[in-house]
Design a protein around this ligand. Structure first.
Ligand code: BG6
Length: 498
């Protein structure tokens, strides 16, 4: 997102935006046979190729341990199937043939790295010149360190960049150890820690909304905002991922990662410029201002039936739901509660940030008119479903002879306002940014460690899990957690256009 990097791009950027173009690349995909590669990365890379956003010359080398090794042909077939199943466009035609021809495979295990080294060497010769190397570690956390070490030992890491998937540690000590292992081979300027929520269009749009509009930024502080909610309920349950989930839980899976990262963008001070260092400095400043979590302000929940799922401990204390209050001790936000919620098997799958505005003096309006407002009339609601919307909810006079107030919405919907066909999915956006060397939307080591640090009181003394019914909005206690405010969701009515 280094929007200033190409000063020559001054032409108006409309639907046919001047596209940034990465230098020639060899991308190495560790975990190439895994689920993430199949569902997101291979289809995403093909979409980038089709959109003309990949480098002019590139090769993609799949890698996995020798036990799962594929031939080049098998890897191409694997990619074709992945794109057919999960991609937005079909794997056919000249574009597919060109993409497929750029794929090869090289297995790697500690002490047995020749196939990978050979495949990277061949790929680089095929590209010609000195292409940039980008390693994408789509591997389980237990394998992070050994892959990083392998890259160091073979010399493949030299001048290369690395994309690391979440979760980044499970607590402060493990995150520190992981950062140390990564930094022993890659300096921070070459590390791209993915949090796919930061790749969603809506995150960039929060920056646009806040900092490109005189309408909103003046309101964005404790003077005018009484509370903030970051709400990401999911309808899906754990979908058979018992092994992963039992060891992780919703707080580590969703909150310390996605929701806190979003909070960083919602709460940050204006960055000096829209470039990586300023943005990440401001984000980390928010994290440093966050008070350590107070377990008394945390509701952990578990959906009824979770303990009966295959692979789940019948006495499991793992949370499938969490709602919590976060306090940010800085001049902008002191005293404004941020409430975060996420969980599985809930009533709806949504991604919503709500800013509640302070109530003005309403005494001049008749009492029953005020009551209809229900205490949540003045809200700014950012819904970052793809393609997303922004709603300003306010009170208007209902037509008629008396002064009767009613809630009304001003809605901006991406779909109705722009062509969304240029939109990239989160992973596509982030892979492209990594190729461009722009770290704006990637997490930084000090930020990650700070988030684990403020999470320690909760991890050390988690409150017991409360049961909730699948299809509900979570345990009862979430109502008192946000009092005197209310959760924006469920919405009583959804405005048209969303
Ligand atoms: C992943 C979590 O990081 O994000 C999943 O591991 C979760 O448990 C997913 O379902 C949600 O992502 P999205 O983009 O579908 O909201």
């Amino acid at each position: 997102m280094d929007r200033n990097s190409d000063a020559s791009q001054t032409q108006t950027q409309t639907q046919s935006q001047a596209q940034p173009h990465p230098e020639d690349h060899v991308v190495v995909l560790f975990g190439a046979t895994g689920d993430l590669a199949r569902r997101k990365l291979l289809p995403g890379l093909f979409h980038l190729a089709k959109a003309g956003l990949l480098p002019r010359r590139y090769r993609i080398v799949g890698s996995a341990p020798a036990a799962e090794a594929l031939s080049d042909e098998e890897f191409r077939a694997h990619a074709r199937q992945a794109v057919a199943e999960f991609g937005r466009s079909r794997p056919e035609g000249p574009e597919w043939q060109e993409f497929e021809a750029a794929l090869s495979f090289g297995s790697a295990d500690t002490g047995a790295t020749e196939p990978l080294v050979k495949a990277v060497d061949e790929a680089e010769r095929a590209v010609g010149g000195t292409p940039r190397r980008l390693f994408h570690l789509a591997v389980p956390p237990v394998a992070f360190t050994s892959v990083i070490e392998l890259l160091g030992a073979t010399g493949l890491a030299r001048d290369a960049r690395v994309i690391v998937e979440k979760p980044f540690g499970t607590d402060l000590a493990s995150a520190r150890a992981l950062n140390a292992a990564v930094h022993a081979v890659f300096d921070e300027s070459r590390v791209f820690r993915i949090d796919h929520f930061l790749g969603k269009e809506a995150v960039d749009n929060i920056l646009a909304l806040r900092f490109a509009n005189g309408l909103f930024e003046p309101l964005w502080n404790r003077e005018h905002i009484s509370h903030v909610q970051i709400d990401v309920p999911e309808q899906i349950d754990i979908q058979g991922r018992a092994h992963f989930f039992e060891g992780t839980g919703t707080f580590r899976d969703m909150v310390v990662t996605h929701l806190f990262q979003l909070l960083g963008f919602v709460a940050m001070e204006p960055p000096v410029a829209l470039e990586a260092q300023s943005l990440r400095d401001e984000q980390v400043k928010v994290f440093r201002s966050m008070r350590p979590l107070d377990p008394a302000h945390v509701v952990r929940g578990q959906y009824t039936g979770y303990r009966a799922e295959a692979g789940v401990d019948p006495a499991s204390d793992t949370e499938t739901f969490v709602a919590l209050r976060v306090d940010i001790d800085n001049w902008r936000w002191a005293g404004v509660p941020f409430h975060l919620r996420s969980g599985k098997a809930l009533a709806e799958g949504r991604h919503v940030v709500t800013l509640g505005l302070r109530e003005p003096v309403l005494g001049m309006f008749p009492l029953d008119a005020r009551e209809t407002a229900d205490g949540r009339a003045n809200e700014l609601v950012i819904d970052f479903a793809d393609p997303g919307s922004i709603t300003a909810r306010f009170l208007a006079k209902e037509p008629g002879p008396t002064m009767q107030l009613a809630e009304a919405d001003m809605v901006f919907g991406y779909r109705g306002s722009f062509t969304t066909e240029n939109a990239l999915e989160a992973y596509e956006h982030l892979i492209l940014q990594a190729m461009l060397g722009d770290q704006s939307l990637f997490t930084r080591s000090d930020g990650i460690e700070r988030l684990w640090e403020i999470s320690a009181p909760l991890l050390d003394a988690p409150p017991p899990v409360a049961p909730y019914a699948p299809g509900s909005w979570g345990p009862e206690a979430i109502t008192s957690l946000v009092a005197p405010h209310r959760w924006h969701l469920p919405e009583r009515h959804r405005p048209a256009g969303r």
